[in-house]
Structure formats: structure tokens, C-alpha cells
Design a protein around this ligand. Structure first.
Ligand SMILES: Nc1ncnc2c1ncn2[C@@H]1O[C@H](COP(=O)(O)OP(=O)(O)OP(=O)(O)O)[C@@H](O)[C@H]1O
Length: 569
């Protein structure tokens, strides 16, 4: 048994994920006032111990601390309660309520798909949890069956959403140093895959995928490599499975819209799903059936989705902690600080003075203050691109046909390729930023223009060592002008006079047949063949005659020459 801090004791691992290991643990003593739930000695809890590379990353630690008040205050009957956050030495851990039951991923694997009614009702409860968190400005961003725990209470399955905030922590460049992917491509929204600004609509997309999987047993876009799955999210429309009733498909289709602005709010999603569940059940009355058929009317696009805060500046500890860290007070709950976390990223100086509990004294700061690695010198700068973005971008650079959405017809690689050969190198270098601008759909223009810059390489001299590691591996540092095209060699004439350019097999054969006909005609006319045929001679007899004729003719020629000489003498 391993102690976590002074208050918890890890007993046995419950499972391992991309970001850490979840343990069954026991409370040794009552937690301090910094915990949302003090707990009793002997009480069992679940503790997610984040991976070492996360815990050793200053950015992650800062976010962890910055979001602690948000995580600790998230309470809903369908959200696994975070009781405490432990930061001690190189250990980061979330203490949660222990849920007695499988996660939804395991449940599906062991029991197969749910009925459409059950799937609708279960997803409606998840939508309730999302509605509550979105109202608080918290976007989950990693919704998937593995993050839904099924609490078995009174013989009924009660879905509990977990892992809030973890996706955001895992966005840290620190993790991308060692991992290709953070999260699960099968559940990623198109805008996340493309590195566009994210809102609470990413969770609605995740709910749509989850709903689809609950009814069919598999997510709509799966199989193949992670990149292939991401491309399918971007370009492929989901198909209605035969087992999905029409009203339920209406809900799925709305959630899975590629354009996040067309997806419904979590609240309306929950209402829509309950209307569908009532209308497709065997005991549905005509009013319920009509309501389910008209579910589309309930699923209007969400007019005000919650924004995911930009990660810009998150690496800068001064935004969340006062420079005199000793005055940092983890106990104090400061709603203003939490609100600032959930807004768009403030300017470089706005974050100062908004740290949690700044200025409030009382608690021992060493109980939560981790050793913070020295901050790299230089001005704060944007985080590197998410690993998915890097890989997608690298794939685009390798093969521009992967540019699927928001593609101007003029940018169609198939059309553009001939133009590119004629372009001077300078024009080619300008193409990249143009394409980045085009990826920004107009509806996202209210966001600060940090996102489009993510794919751009910052100037080399201002790039600290750490950031350079997040550059996409295949992405060149500077666009290279294409090598000048070699002049074409003049075409060689074939030395074979019989070769007729452009003649295929058929024409060649015809030509040969004509040759044979002419040759046989000449033989027929110029040799005694006709006579031999008329005399009915056999083949060998005719050959013998021909040979004797030739020898006679040669000897006659010889005799004639001799007699000529005699006459001369
Ligand atoms: N509060 C909890 N109570 C009981 N079991 C839990 C709790 N939280 C997680 N688990 C179990 O621990 C396992 C691992 O959880 P974890 O969240 O790390 O998995 P994951 O979601 O696949 O990982 P990640 O989100 O990091 O990719 C899960 O299978 C889940 O069943």
C-alpha cells in the first residue's frame, strides 16, 4: 500500500488510462479544508494518479491548480464527484467518489448494444450532466463510453460522467513530448481534429457518437489508423443503421453535424432524447409518437455554446499564481478566479491577480504547492499544436488531398497541381498562410486570432528548446522553394526502323500480315512454284528438282565462260 499525501492510502489499481492509473484507495484521515469532501478515516475512494510526465510538467501542474476550484465545485447526480486534488512533490492525483460498477465501454463489450429506448434514456442523463457543466463553463472534451461509469444503485444503472478537466490537462505540450495521441480519435469532433476553436459543441458531438455506439455497438467512424478515423470525422457523413428508429436518428444526425454551430445544446439534447424514448417505446400513445416524430423542432442549434478557454498563456505560471507563491492559498474558493479560467484567455497581464485565492491567507501553502520548474525566459507564447493537429498538418503537407473541409475549389490539389508547376517559388511560399485563413469558418471570427497561428512556426530565435519539440515532425521549418525543373531531354529516335511509334499490338500484327502476303506473292511469281504445283510434284521432289536446276544452271554458266575463253584464244 502506498500513501498519497498524508491522507490517502492506495490499495489496488482499478484501471489504467492514457493519463494515469485509477486506484481504489482508503482515507487515512479527514482531509483538510482544501478538499471539497473532507471524508472520514476508513472511507474508500477512487484516486486517479496522473502519469509522471504530466506531474513533472510545470504547465500541467499550473492548470491543475488553476482548475481545481472548477473541478471541485462540479456537482451533479450524473457527474462523478471530485473530492480533492493532491499535489505533493512529483505526484498529481484526483480523489473521487468510488463508483461501484463497470464503465460503459466494458459494459457494452460484455453485454452488447442497448435498445434504442435504453440508449436514449442513458444518453439523456449524460446530456443532463453536460448541461450542468456547460452552464458552469466547463467543457468535458473527452466524452466516450470509458468515461461513463455505471453506478449500480437499487438494481438500476446510473450513468456517471467522469474525467472532467483531464482532457484539458492532457493538452499540455509536456504530454505531447512523449505521446502521439491524447484521447480517442473515434470520439473527436471535426473542429478539434482540425485545430479550430472548440466550444461545448464538441461534447454534443461526443454524445452523438456515444449514442450511436450504444445502439449499434460501435462508433460511426472507427477502424483504420487514427489519422484515417480523423479524416472520416471531417469528411464522411454518418449513415443511419437499420436498427435506429427515425426519431432517434434525427437526434444523432443533429449531434453529429460537422458544423458545431448547428448542434443543439445539451439541455435540448436531453429533452429531445426523452421525447424520443417516450415516443418509440411499445406503450407510446399517439401524442408521444407525434412528439418523437417532431423531435427536430426541439434540437435547434445552441445559440450560446460555452467556449473552451484557449491554452494560450497557460504555460505562463504568472497568469495563475502570484509571483510570491508563498501567499498562494489553496483553501480559498474564489469564484472570480474560476470564472477567469473559463473565459477566453486573458491578455498576458490580465491574468495577474486572478489566481485562486490570491491574497487570502491561512492555509499551509506547501501542502499544495509543487516544486515548479524554472520558467523559460522570454515572453509567453502560444502552446504548440495539439498532437492531432500536428499529425493532420503533417499529413496535409505530405499529401494535400487530405485537405477535405473548407476547401476552396481553387485549392483543389488535383486542379492546383498543374498551376503549381508554373508558379514562381515566391507564390508557393505564400500559399500556406492563405490556406490557414481559409480553414477559419466565418462563424468563428469572434475568437481571438490565436488559433490560425498554431500551425505557423514561430521565428526560430524566439523558440525555446521545449517548444521546438512540438513542431510536426514532417513539417519543414521554412517552406523551401521547389527545385528548378530540369529541361527535358530531346526525344531519341528509335534505332529500330521497324518500330512504328504509336502502333499498338493490333496494328503491328496487321503490318506483319501484309509483309507476309507480299513476300508470298513474290515467291509465287518469281519461282517455279506455279509449275511444280501444276505438275503435282511432292515437296522433296520439287526441292530436288530446284537444286538440280540450280546446279545445271551454274554448270552451264561455267561452260559458257570456258567456251568464251577458248574463242578468245
Ligand atoms: N471514480 C471511479 N470509481 C471506480 N472506478 C473508476 C473511477 N474512475 C475510473 N475508474 C475505473 O478506472 C479505469 C481507468 O480510468 P481512466 O479514467 O484512467 O480510463 P480512461 O478514461 O480510459 O483513461 P483516459 O481518460 O486517461 O484516457 C476505468 O476503466 C474505470 O472503470
Amino acid at each position: 500500500m502506498r500513501p498519497v499525501g498524508s491522507k490517502y492510502l492506495l490499495e489496488e489499481p482499478l484501471g489504467r488510462g492514457a493519463t494515469g492509473t485509477v486506484w481504489r484507495a482508503r482515507q487515512r484521515e479527514t482531509a483538510g479544508a482544501e478538499a471539497a469532501v473532507a471524508g472520514q478515516p476508513g472511507e474508500t475512494v477512487a484516486i486517479k494518479v496522473l502519469k509522471e510526465e504530466l506531474a513533472n510538467d510545470a504547465d500541467v501542474v499550473m492548470r491543475f491548480l488553476r482548475e481545481r476550484s472548477v473541478l471541485l465545485r462540479l456537482t451533479h447526480e450524473n457527474i462523478v464527484r471530485t473530492r480533492d486534488l493532491v499535489v505533493e512533490g512529483d505526484l498529481l492525483a484526483l480523489v473521487m467518489d468510488l463508483i461501484d460498477g463497470p464503465d460503459l465501454h466494458r459494459y457494452l463489450r460484455e453485454n452488447g448494444p442497448l435498445t434504442p429506448v435504453a440508449a436514449s434514456l442513458l444518453t439523456a442523463q449524460i446530456a443532463d450532466a453536460l448541461a450542468a457543466s456547460h452552464a458552469d463553463g466547463v467543457v468535458h472534451r473527452d466524452l466516450k463510453p470509458a468515461n461513463v461509469l455505471l453506478d449500480e444503485r437499487d438494481g438500476r444503472m446510473h450513468p456517471m460522467l467522469t474525467d472532467f478537466g483531464i482532457a484539458r490537462l492532457a493538452d499540455s505540450p509536456g504530454l505531447t513530448r512523449t505521446h502521439e495521441f491524447v484521447g480517442t480519435p473515434a470520439y473527436v469532433a471535426p473542429e478539434s481534429a482540425e485545430g479550430r476553436p472548440q466550444t461545448s459543441a464538441v461534447d454534443i458531438y461526443g454524445a452523438g457518437i456515444l449514442l450511436y455506439e450504444l445502439v449499434t455497438g460501435r462508433p460511426p467512424f472507427a477502424g483504420g489508423t487514427a489519422l484515417e478515423v480523423l479524416h472520416r470525422h471531417l469528411s464522411e457523413e454518418p449513415r443511419r443503421p437499420t436498427t435506429v428508429p427515425a426519431p432517434l436518428w434525427t437526434v444523432m444526425e443533429r449531434c453529429l453535424r460537422k458544423d458545431p454551430d448547428q448542434r443543439p445544446s445539451a439541455e435540448n439534447l436531453a429533452r429531445g432524447l426523452r421525447a424520443v424514448a417516450a415516443g418509440i417505446g411499445v406503450h407510446a400513445n399517439s401524442a408521444q409518437i407525434a412528439a418523437a416524430d417532431g423531435v427536430g423542432a426541439l434540437l435547434a442549434p445552441d445559440p450560446a455554446p460555452a467556449a473552451v478557454p484557449e491554452t494560450l498563456g497557460a504555460a505562463d505560471p504568472t497568469q495563475v499564481l502570484p509571483s510570491n507563491a508563498g501567499s498562494y492559498d489553496p483553501n480559498a474558493y474564489d469564484p472570480a478566479a474560476a470564472t477567469s479560467v473559463m473565459r477566453q484567455s486573458p491578455g498576458p497581464n490580465q491574468g495577474h491577480g486572478q489566481g485562486h485565492g490570491q491574497g487570502a491567507g491561512g492555509a499551509d501553502p506547501t501542502s499544495v504547492m509543487p516544486p515548479v520548474p524554472p520558467r523559460p525566459d522570454g515572453p509567453p507564447e502560444p502552446d504548440g499544436p495539439h498532437p492531432w493537429q500536428s499529425q493532420l498538418q503533417a499529413a496535409r503537407d505530405r499529401n494535400e488531398q487530405t485537405q477535405i473541409q473548407y476547401l476552396d475549389p481553387n485549392d483543389d490539389p488535383l486542379r492546383r497541381r498543374p498551376q503549381r508547376q508554373q508558379q514562381p517559388p515566391q507564390q508557393q511560399q505564400q500559399r500556406q498562410p492563405q490556406r490557414q485563413q481559409r480553414q477559419q469558418p466565418p462563424q468563428h471570427q469572434q475568437y481571438p486570432p490565436q488559433q490560425p497561428q498554431r500551425y505557423q512556426q514561430p521565428p526560430q530565435q524566439h523558440q525555446p528548446q521545449q517548444r521546438q519539440q512540438y513542431a510536426p515532425p514532417q513539417q519543414p521549418q521554412q517552406p523551401q522553394p521547389p527545385a528548378p525543373r530540369q529541361p527535358r531531354q530531346p526525344r531519341q529516335r528509335s534505332s529500330n526502323p521497324m518500330r512504328i511509334p504509336g502502333l499498338g499490338c493490333l496494328k503491328g500484327c496487321l503490318f506483319t500480315v501484309v509483309l507476309l502476303i507480299v513476300a508470298s506473292w513474290l515467291i509465287w511469281e518469281l519461282t517455279p512454284l506455279q509449275d511444280w504445283v501444276a505438275q503435282g510434284k511432292g515437296y522433296w521432289e520439287a526441292i530436288g528438282d530446284a537444286i538440280s536446276t540450280v546446279t545445271d544452271w551454274v554448270s552451264e554458266l561455267g561452260n559458257a565462260a570456258d567456251s568464251g575463253e577458248n574463242v578468245g584464244n
